[in-house]
Each structure stands twice: as C-alpha cells, then as structure tokens.
Design a protein around this ligand. Structure first.
Ligand SMILES: C[S@@+](CC[C@H](N)C(=O)[O-])C[C@H]1O[C@@H](n2cnc3c(N)ncnc32)[C@H](O)[C@@H]1O
Length: 289
C-alpha cells in the first residue's frame, strides 16, 4: 500500500479526535519507530509503498489511537529533557512540567555540584526520568531513586542503561516508616526531590480519558481526605535525611499550593519558594532545611 494513503486513512479516522496536526505528528512518530523513516521521506517520495508486513503495525497503532491509548505507550518510548526514555503501562508518561522541575534543580545546583559531589534522592521515580536527567547533567552527583512499583523500577533501570548513567535504584514504600533503618538513612542527602501521586479522586472528572484509562493509578491518585499524604511523609523523611541547608523540591497539585507552604513551614523548612509551570500554574515548590 502507498504510505501516503495510509496517512489519509489516519486523517479520516482520527482528525475528529485529535486534529490534523497532532495526527500528522503521530504518523511521523510511528513511521520513524516502525519503518525507520523520517517525515521528510513522505515529502520526497510521495508514492513510497510499504509491504503488508510493514503496514500491519501502522494499522494496529491506528486502532489503539482510536481507543485513546497514548502514543508513548504504543511505541514504548518518549523524550524527557532531551533524553530518550522507555515507558510502559506501569510508568507514568513523563510530563513537560516535570522537565521544568529538573531544570530548576540543575540550574540551582550546577556550581554546588562542581565543588562537592552532591547526593540526590528522587522519591517515586517511575521511568527514572528525574533521577536520570539529574545524573546526566550533574555528572559528579551520586543519585538514588526509589519506587514502590517493581515494574516501574525495571523500566527505570533500563532507562539508566539507555542514558549511560549510574543511578542507585531502591524498591521501597515511602509511606512505610521503617526507612529510618534502611541504608537510605545513613546517606545525608544534599537534595531530595519528588513528584509523588497528587491528584485527588474528586479531580478525576478533569482528567482526560487517555490518562484515566491508560496511566497507572498508583502513580496518580490520592485520597480526597488526605491529599498531602505523600508530601507529609516526605517532609518528615527529608527533615531527618537531608544535610543542614539541604534542599527539598516537589512537583505539586496546583490547587494545593497554600497547603503545601503551610506543610513545609510546619516541618521548619526555610526559603520556601514557588515556581509556576509554563501554563502559569503553581506547580513546583522548594524549601531549605
Ligand atoms: C506522579 S508519578 C512520578 C513518576 C516520575 N517521577 C515522573 O515525574 O514522571 C509517582 C510515582 O510514585 C510511585 N509511588 C506511588 N506510591 C508510592 C509509595 N508508597 N512509595 C514509593 N513510590 C510510590 C509510583 O509508582 C509512581 O512511579
């Protein structure tokens, strides 16, 4: 079949769901992933034909897109902070807002890291995106990353290899108070960062079906009546396990900014600062021990 004709089928079937431009971008990603063809190929060779075998994954992907499966899960990969990451149904798809959090940490700690080897911990690492991007850019740093999901950690470990960085991965439940006794307790971190689950069940109505039906709920949702559960435990952990003047960074729920300030003050964090994401929402917070 002519490749361009398959693109026409994509537009016929998907434009009403995603719009013309996004469908083009899906198709480009898919032909690159399955056929190793750059998008310019379609322009240069408008009559380029593919075999039955080659077209099969494109039609399978079309069916999945119609079911709102995220393109990243279909091709099993995405990009974060300019780096390649594998993803699957056990890992959250890294978001652009989280790239901003990583950027904030890198910009604030590059000099510090040159002077001394920073010890960094990422709590709830998922694909490992935060930990791996930090390890890649703060080269001397010693980075550890923790997650309760063994399946997510499998992907995170593959991503560390893919990006040629050394990250110490830990399988653990941060809500479990026995951390004081684990190897983590002895480290004395310079930086602790977390993008924990923070979406309240009551906010599910605002969540797109592609997210709700495909991304791991373990990574996203918290109880309506205890939405800061992870933040409280992590603040407590950070009080004990950060060096004096060590820094704590969180990605946060845009609706709970004031509650987050109160919480960090309760744990005596200083220099508390918000940062807005590219959409102007209070999305990140920082505090110093
Ligand atoms: C919002 S996702 C963040 C993933 C990744 N850090 C990112 O920014 O894309 C939250 C992560 O926390 C993990 N998680 C959930 N409950 C946890 C727990 N009790 N202890 C440790 N990690 C947990 C989930 O498996 C998930 O990977």
């Amino acid at each position: 079949m002519i490749l361009k004709d398959i693109l026409h089928i994509y537009h016929n079937e998907l434009d009403n769901l995603f719009g013309n431009e996004e469908v083009n971008s899906f198709f480009n990603l898919l032909i690159e992933h399955y056929l190793d063809l750059k998008r310019i190929h379609l322009v240069l060779y408008p009559e380029y034909a593919v075999t039955k075998e080659e077209e099969q994954p494109l039609f399978e992907a079309l069916a999945q897109l119609k079911q709102h499966k995220p393109i990243q899960y279909i091709i099993g990969e995405t990009e974060f902070y300019g780096l390649p990451f594998k993803v699957n149904e056990h890992t959250l798809i890294p978001r652009p807002e989280t790239e901003e959090l990583v950027d904030w940490i890198i910009n604030s700690h590059t000099e510090h890291n040159e002077a001394s080897q920073l010890k960094i911990l990422d709590i709830g690492t998922g694909t490992g995106c935060i930990a791996i991007a930090l390890a890649k850019h703060l080269k001397k740093a010693k980075v550890s990353a923790l997650d309760v999901s063994e399946d997510a950690l499998k992907i995170a470990k593959q991503n560390a290899v893919l990006n040629e960085v050394d990250v110490h991965f830990i399988h653990d439940n941060i809500l479990n108070s026995r951390h004081a006794k684990t190897d983590l307790a002895a480290v004395n971190f310079d930086v602790i960062v977390s993008n924990p689950p923070y979406v309240r069940n009551l906010e599910k109505v605002e969540i797109q079906p592609n997210v709700l039906e495909n991304e791991p709920h373990l990574a996203l949702f918290v109880d309506d009546d205890n939405p800061l559960q992870f933040y409280r435990v992590i603040c407590e952990f950070a009080r004990l396990n950060l060096k004096d003047s060590g820094t704590l960074y969180f990605e946060i729920n845009e609706y709970l900014g004031q509650e987050m300030i109160a919480l960090m003050k309760e744990f005596n964090f200083k220099d508390i600062e918000f940062k807005k994401d590219m959409f102007g929402k209070d999305r990140m917070i920082f505090g110093r021990k």
